[in-house]
Design a protein around this ligand. Structure first.
Ligand SMILES: C[S@@+](CC[C@H](N)C(=O)[O-])C[C@H]1O[C@@H](n2cnc3c(N)ncnc32)[C@H](O)[C@@H]1O
Length: 276
């Protein structure tokens, strides 16, 4: 597991990420004394459709004022949005030390460090007591998780009774392969695509009850097409997800888009409730 985690951490690693973001903000002539969430919105939500989809998910059930855990929080954009717009007390965990440090510093930069906290930890071994959170949230993370049962058991364990689990993920359809690189993996050894029906069985076995699910593929395709078109026409933006995806950004988006269009993979979000 340690080898796998360090391969995943290496995949996401971008050296001096925080300083890179700061330098790009300077190039965009943003006043560093008054940086807002909007200024960093292009880079700080690392999933298809960024803050727009996070906001939609947060409105499906009432999560206002909740103590919330974001598993695989990246550089913290979703936690900041949930803290700022939904008054959540948001904790994020991630196995990338660079991401956790960057997440904390970005929260400080935009004045949200009192409502967000970021911890270096493995999703399959959460450093929390049982029943700690009212909401557990995860976006585009289980694609890197080989031990699905452990991952979802930990989610179940830390959720309070009647707490909600909210996910937004990439799933596989059938057994046709995908092309790499993809945003979450340069090669298949750190990619663990699964069908949502298998995940649903695991969650049901654990006692979580499905409240709803939404196929997000079409809206994802539209946004990815726009992104690709923009990069092809104008080059990568100053402060977009290219900062996190590096030199292979265009290939990663192309492969993801083709996989979604050709139907090897699909995007789905949903909500479960812990009823024990
Ligand atoms: C595609 S990024 C998504 C980041 C974030 N959820 C977002 O939407 O902005 C996937 C994240 O999952 C994290 N991750 C992968 N495997 C993990 C594990 N076993 N434990 C904790 N985090 C993990 C990665 O480090 C990365 O930050």
């Amino acid at each position: 597991m340690e080898i796998l985690n360090s391969q995943i951490e290496k995949h996401y690693h971008q050296p001096n990420l925080y300083d890179d973001i700061i330098n790009r903000l300077k190039e965009l002539e943003v006043d560093l004394n008054s940086v807002t969430r909007k200024d960093i919105a292009g880079v700080d939500e690392f999933h298809v459709r960024g803050a727009e989809v996070s906001r939609e998910l947060a409105k499906i059930v009432n999560i206002n004022n909740s103590r919330l855990l974001d598993i695989g929080c990246g550089i913290g954009g979703p936690c900041r949005m949930l803290a700022d717009e939904f008054n959540c007390d948001a904790v994020g965990i991630d196995i990338s030390k660079e991401y956790v440090a960057t997440a904390s510093r970005l929260s400080e930069l935009v004045g949200l460090n009192h409502k967000t906290k970021f911890i270096y930890a493995d999703a399959t071994n959460l450093p929390f007591q049982d029943n700690e959170f009212e909401v557990v949230w995860t976006q585009h993370v289980q694609v890197n998780i080989s031990d699905k049962l452990k991952f979802y058991s930990e989610i179940d364990r830390v959720l309070k009774n009647n707490g909600v689990f909210i996910y937004y993920e990439v799933f596989k359809k059938g057994n046709k392969g995908v092309n790499y690189p993809l945003p979450w993996a340069d090669e298949s050894r750190i990619s663990f695509l699964e069908q949502s029906s298998r995940i649903d069985s695991i969650l049901q076995e654990l006692g979580l009850v499905k409240k709803q699910s939404t196929n997000q593929t079409d809206s994802g395709i539209k946004v990815l097409e726009k992104m690709l078109d923009r990069i092809t026409t104008w080059g990568a933006p100053r402060l977009g997800l290219n900062v996190l995806m590096g030199a292979s950004t265009k290939d990663k988006i192309t492969n993801l888009l083709n996989g979604l269009k050709e139907g090897q993979i699909y995007l789905e979000s949903g909500v479960y409730e812990r009823q024990k």
